[in-house]
Ligand binder design. Structure first.
Ligand code: XMP
Length: 319
């Protein structure tokens, strides 16, 4: 009978075996997967691990503080916090192609990890929280011909050449199993229960060109949406919920003047592994209340729509 306690012990032995005396850099994205991978690897090899949290300026509101707090405060695991917003934003400037955005972000993450590795005198391994569905989806779409739908930042988005070998202890696991493992490792429930968040972050929730102004607008709308979801007690019933900022402006009216601002789309889905997904059926009153708050409180958005597409044929993220 297979338990998470056994999985934990087996993986710890495997990590020790693979890494030996080597040094490991672990990239934290703010999500559950990379946090669980980091805690597991830290348990296996302790000081041989350095965690690097890259803030690309494309995180959700409050996310950097939460991750840094968890690692430095709760676990006392050393963490390098790299502020790379300017670098990511300038590299993304004017880029509108979804795959090129993903590739740039994946490559820049690796560049930052390699720089941090040099700073600690070299690292032999790069650890990532890659899950089983990430592996499959980057290779081919379920049941279809071998076509890349999206270059996942954890897998296919990495550059060919890289000085470090990969350590990916969660490669056989699905999301619910990673959450069980996280609980087994003592991660707080609020952290373990967080919705998945993609490595490329808000960049793939801003179709078209990304800049700081748009990311700031999106962060505000997303925070309001999630606050309403939590207030309604729906957070745990939903696999993933987020706002998307469309590169389209429409005409509106506020008070006695005309507005000409962006459209915000809201997405919420249920799923068990992210490979297929159903639209979450909010009450009309929930959507009305949330749309009203977003338009009233977020300067730059004057219209809100709800995405009614399941996966397939839609993907969960918009890019
Ligand atoms: P899609 O949009 O492909 O997303 O239906 C399926 C799940 O994967 C997440 N996702 C990513 N996670 N790196 C990640 O770590 C990525 O590049 C990436 N792209 C999508 C997405 O949020 C959803 O949970």
């Amino acid at each position: 009978d297979w338990t998470m306690a056994e999985f934990r012990a087996t993986k710890i032995a495997e990590i020790r075996e693979q890494v030996g005396e080597g040094k490991v850099i672990c990239g934290l994205s703010g999500g559950v997967d990379s946090a669980v991978a980091a805690v597991l690897i830290h348990e296996a090899i302790g000081e041989q691990l350095t965690c690097v949290f890259v803030d690309h300026g494309l995180l959700r509101a409050g996310e950097a503080e939460q991750v840094v707090g968890l690692f430095r405060g709760h676990y006392n695991i050393p963490l390098v916090h790299v502020d790379a917003e300017e670098r990511f934003m300038s590299g993304l400037a004017g880029e509108t192609d979804p795959e090129r955005k993903r590739k740039f972000i994946g490559k820049t993450f690796i560049d930052v990890f390699e720089e941090e590795a040099r700073r600690i005198g070299g690292a032999d391994f790069l650890a990532q929280g890659t899950l089983y569905p990430d592996v499959i989806e980057s290779v081919s779409f379920t049941g279809g011909p071998s076509v890349t739908i999206k270059s996942h930042h954890n897998v296919g988005g990495l550059p060919e050449r890289m000085d470090m070998a990969l350590v990916e202890p969660l490669r056989e696991l699905f999301k619910d199993e990673v959450r069980d493992l996280g609980r087994e490792l003592g991660l707080p429930d609020v952290f373990v229960g967080r919705h998945p968040f993609p490595g490329p972050g808000l960049a793939i929730r801003i179709p078209g060109a990304v800049d700081k102004a748009r990311a700031d607008i999106l962060r505000k709308a997303d925070a309001i949406y999630l606050e309403e979801i939590r207030n309604a007690g729906l957070y745990d019933a939903i696999w993933q919920a987020f706002a998307v900022l469309l590169p389209v402006r429409t005409v509106g009216v506020m008070g006695d003047h005309r507005t000409y601002d962006y459209v915000c789309a809201l997405r919420a889905v249920t799923s068990t592994d992210g490979m297929t997904a159903d639209v979450y059926p909010f009450d009309a009153s929930f959507l009305t209340r949330t749309a009203t708050r977003i338009v009233n409180e977020v300067q730059g958005i004057n219209r809100v729509v709800y995405d009614y597409t399941s996966k397939p044929p839609g993907t969960i993220e918009w890019e």
